[in-house]
Design a protein around this ligand. Structure first.
Ligand code: ADP
Ligand code: MG
Length: 615
C-alpha cells in the first residue's frame, strides 16, 4: 500500500483518543481554557454523564471573529507566544483540545469580544456554519454526542453514573486550585457542585477546600507552608487523627495544575509513617509552586503527570514540611528512642511471614531464635534502659501486684505459673491501658491489645463468612450517617452485598443513610459512622478495580478495626489471659490486619545483656 498523508479530521480523531478519552477529560480541557481566559465564573452543564451533552460557559476574555476559527485548528494556541516549551504559565499550551473535541462530536462555540459575538458549528470536525450571534461576554461551548464520530471509542465509555463521577472529580480538582473562581456543575437539571468564588485566593483557600473536602477537614487541618529558594509548598493536611481508608482524598497541584503524582503520594506516606497505620491515609491538599524550568508538564497529553528536574529536592521539601507540621501539632507518637527500643525486640510477625502461618503452626515455637550473636551496642542498650526505667509509667494490675508481693505460693500463683509454658505466657500487667505485659518461660512478651484483638475479630469474621454468612444484630436506634448524595447512592447500590456482610442500611433522605442492623460480631459499641465512611471510600475505589467479593476481606478488615478493643481500655487479668490464649489459636496472630506486629518478645538473655549480667 502506498504511504499517504492522513486527512486532518482523522488526525484530530486520533489525537482525541489521547487528549479526551472520556467526557471528564473534555470538560477538564474546556474548564482549563475558561480559567486561562481569566474567567471569574464558570458554569458546566451535562447530561448522561457528559456523553450526550456538555456545556461550558464562562465570562472570560472571549475570542473575536478571526480568533474563533483559528482556535479550532490543530496546534493553534494563543498560549505559547515564544515557542518556549519550558515557560508554560497557562494550563493549556498544546492547542489540541478544541480541534480534538470538535473532531469527534457536534460542537458549537459562541464567543464575545469587542462588543460583537460569533458562533461557529462543527460536525465531526467539519465546519457547518459560522455566523454572528447574541452574547455579551465570554465564551460558551456546547458539545453534543461526544464520540458519535468514533463508535469504537464510544463503546469504552462507562455508565452515565461513572462518567458523571469522573466529571465531578475533574471539576472539584480545578475548583481547589482556583478558589477565586466561582464554579458550578449541573447534571440533568440538578446542581451538584456550587462553589462560590472566594474574595481572596490564599485567604479563601481553606474555605474552598472545606466546601469540597468537608467541614471535618477544615476543623482538623494543619496549615502547610515551606519555601526552598523559589520553590514553595502551601496547603493543608489533616491531623493524624483524621484519616481515610484510601488515598483518594489526597489532592495535589503543581503550578496550579491538578496532578496525580506518585512521588508526592510517597512523600505523604513517608511523612505520616510514624503517626498513622500503613493502611490509613491522611486527607491532604498540597500546592507546589516552582519555577517553570524546574518541572516538565509535557509528559502526557492529558497533562496530569509531571516530571521534576530535581525530584530529591522536592521530596525533601515536602516530607520536611509535613513532618514539621505534625511536630508542631504535638501529635508525633514515636521518638527515635522508641524505635531503637523496638529494634532490640524481635517483631514476631516477620518470623510468621517467613514460616507461613498456614502450616497449622500459628505461633513460632517458644524455643529461642537467636537474633543477635554479639552483645547489644551500648547506645542501643542505653536507649532501651531509658525507654524502660525512668519514663515508663508502669501500671500493674492490682491482682498481679498482690501476687508478686505474696511470699506464698497460692493457687493463683500456680495457675499463673503454669500459664507461662504457653508461648505468649501469663499476663502480669497492663501498661497505659494499651499494652499487655506477659511473663513467658523464656522472657517477656508485650502485646498491643488493639492490634491483637483486631486480628482475632478479623479471622472470626472470615471464618463465619465462609461458614454461613454473617449474623446480624438490630440497632435499637438506627444510626444516621450523613455524606455527599453521590456517596450515599454509591453505597446504596451495594445494599444487598452489604446485607450479606451483616450490614443493613436504608436511604434516609438524599444526604444520609440509616444503619438498621450491624454484624453481631461488631457488638453494640462499634463506631458505625467510622465504618460507613470507610466503606464508602473503599467502594468508591472498587468500581474501577476489583469485584466486591474480592474486596470482601478488606471490608472485613475495616470491620475488624472498628469492632476491636480500643487501645485505652483497661482489661482485667482474666480478659488479658483469654486474649493471649485466643492469639495462640488464631492464624496470623503475630500481625494485625494492617501489617503491624501484634506483639514483641524480649528474651531473658537479652534483658540480662542489657543489665550486664551476661555478655
Ligand atoms: P490550548 O488551550 O492548548 O491553547 P485549545 O485547543 O484548548 O488549546 O484552545 C485553543 C485556543 O482557543 C486557546 O489557545 C485560546 O486562545 C482559545 N480559547 C479556547 N477556549 C477559550 C475560552 N473559553 N475563552 C477564550 N479563548 C479560548
Ligand atoms: Mg486548552
Amino acid at each position: 500500500m502506498p504511504i499517504r498523508q492522513l486527512p486532518e479530521t482523522l488526525v484530530n480523531q486520533i489525537a482525541a483518543g489521547e487528549v479526551i478519552e472520556r467526557p471528564a477529560a473534555a470538560i477538564k480541557e474546556l474548564v482549563e481554557n475558561s480559567i486561562d481566559a481569566g474567567s471569574t465564573r464558570i458554569d458546566v452543564t451535562i447530561q448522561h454523564g457528559g456523553k450526550s451533552l456538555i456545556i461550558v460557559e464562562d465570562d472570560g476574555m472571549g475570542m473575536d471573529k478571526d480568533e474563533l476559527p483559528l482556535a479550532l485548528q490543530r496546534h493553534a494556541t494563543s498560549k505559547l507566544p515564544d515557542d518556549d516549551l519550558t515557560h508554560i504559565a497557562s494550563l493549556g499550551f498544546r492547542g489540541e483540545a478544541l480541534p480534538s473535541i470538535g473532531a469527534v462530536s457536534r460542537m458549537s462555540v459562541t464567543s464575545a469580544k469587542n462588543d460583537e459575538a460569533w458562533e461557529i458549528n462543527l460536525e465531526g470536525g467539519k465546519q457547518t456554519s459560522f455566523k454572528p450571534a447574541a452574547r455579551q461576554k465570554g465564551t460558551r461551548i456546547e458539545v453534543r454526542d461526544l464520540f458519535y464520530a468514533t463508535p469504537a471509542r464510544l463503546k469504552f465509555l462507562k455508565s452515565d453514573k461513572s462518567e458523571y463521577l469522573a466529571v465531578k472529580d475533574a471539576i472539584i480538582r480545578l475548583g481547589m486550585a482556583y478558589p477565586d473562581i466561582g464554579l458550578t456543575l449541573k447534571h440533568h437539571e440538578t446542581t451538584t457542585i456550587k462553589l462560590p468564588g472566594q474574595a481572596d485566593f490564599y485567604e479563601g483557600r481553606l474555605g474552598r477546600l472545606a466546601g469540597i473536602m468537608g467541614k471535618e477537614f477544615q476543623d482538623n487541618a494543619m496549615e502547610i507552608h515551606a519555601d526552598k529558594g523559589e520553590t514553595k509548598l502551601t496547603g493543608f493536611a489533616s491531623l493524624p487523627t483524621l484519616h481515610r481508608g484510601n488515598a483518594q482524598h489526597q489532592y495535589l497541584f503543581v503550578n496550579g495544575r491538578p496532578v496525580k503524582d506518585r512521588l508526592i503520594i510517597g512523600c505523604i506516606r513517608a511523612a505520616y509513617a510514624d503517626v498513622l497505620h500503613r493502611d490509613r491515609h491522611p486527607l491532604v491538599a498540597l500546592f507546589l509552586d516552582l519555577p517553570y524550568e524546574d518541572v516538565d508538564i509535557n509528559v502526557h497529553p492529558a497533562k496530569t503527570e509531571v516530571r521534576f528536574r530535581d525530584p530529591q529536592r522536592i521530596r525533601g521539601l515536602i516530607i520536611t514540611a509535613l513532618q514539621h507540621a505534625l511536630l508542631e501539632n504535638g501529635k508525633t507518637a514515636s521518638t527515635s528512642v522508641a524505635q531503637e527500643t523496638l529494634g532490640a525486640f524481635k517483631p514476631h510477625y516477620a518470623v510468621n511471614q517467613n514460616q507461613g502461618s498456614h502450616s497449622g503452626q500459628p505461633l513460632p515455637s517458644a524455643g529461642g531464635t537467636p537474633y543477635r550473636s554479639s552483645s547489644l551496642p551500648t547506645g542501643m542498650a542505653q536507649a532501651v534502659l531509658e525507654a524502660w526505667a525512668p519514663s515508663a509509667r508502669f501500671e500493674p494490675d492490682p491482682q498481679a501486684a498482690d501476687q508478686a508481693m505474696s511470699a506464698h505460693l497460692t493457687e493463683e500463683d500456680q495457675a499463673a505459673h503454669s500459664l507461662e509454658s504457653h508461648p505468649l505466657g501469663s499476663a502480669r500487667a497492663q501498661l497505659h491501658e494499651t499494652y499487655i505485659v506477659a511473663q513467658t518461660s523464656k522472657g517477656l512478651v508485650i502485646v498491643d491489645q488493639h492490634a491483637a484483638h483486631e486480628r482475632l475479630v478479623y479471622e472470626k469474621i472470615k471464618k463465619q463468612l465462609a461458614a454461613d454468612g454473617v449474623k446480624r444484630q438490630t440497632l435499637l436506634i438506627p444510626e444516621i450517617v450523613e455524606r455527599d448524595p453521590d456517596d450515599i447512592q454509591n453505597l446504596l447500590e451495594r445494599q444487598e452485598e452489604l446485607q450479606n456482610l451483616g450490614l443493613v442500611i436504608e436511604q434516609f433522605g438524599p444526604n444520609a443513610i440509616a444503619v438498621q442492623e450491624v454484624p453481631a460480631l461488631l457488638g453494640s459499641k462499634a463506631n458505625i459512622t467510622g465504618l460507613i465512611n470507610d466503606l464508602i471510600d473503599e467502594l468508591e475505589e472498587l468500581e474501577s478495580v476489583k469485584g466486591l467479593s474480592e474486596r470482601l476481606f478488606e471490608v472485613c478488615s475495616s470491620m475488624a478495626c472498628h469492632g476491636s478493643i480500643r487501645a485505652g481500655r483497661r482489661l482485667n487479668q482474666e480478659e488479658m489471659n483469654s486474649l493471649l490464649r485466643q492469639m495462640e489459636e488464631t492464624p496470623f496472630s503475630g500481625q494485625c490486619n494492617h501489617g503491624r506486629p501484634t506483639y514483641v518478645e524480649l528474651e531473658l538473655k537479652d534483658i540480662e545483656r542489657l543489665f550486664g549480667r551476661r555478655d
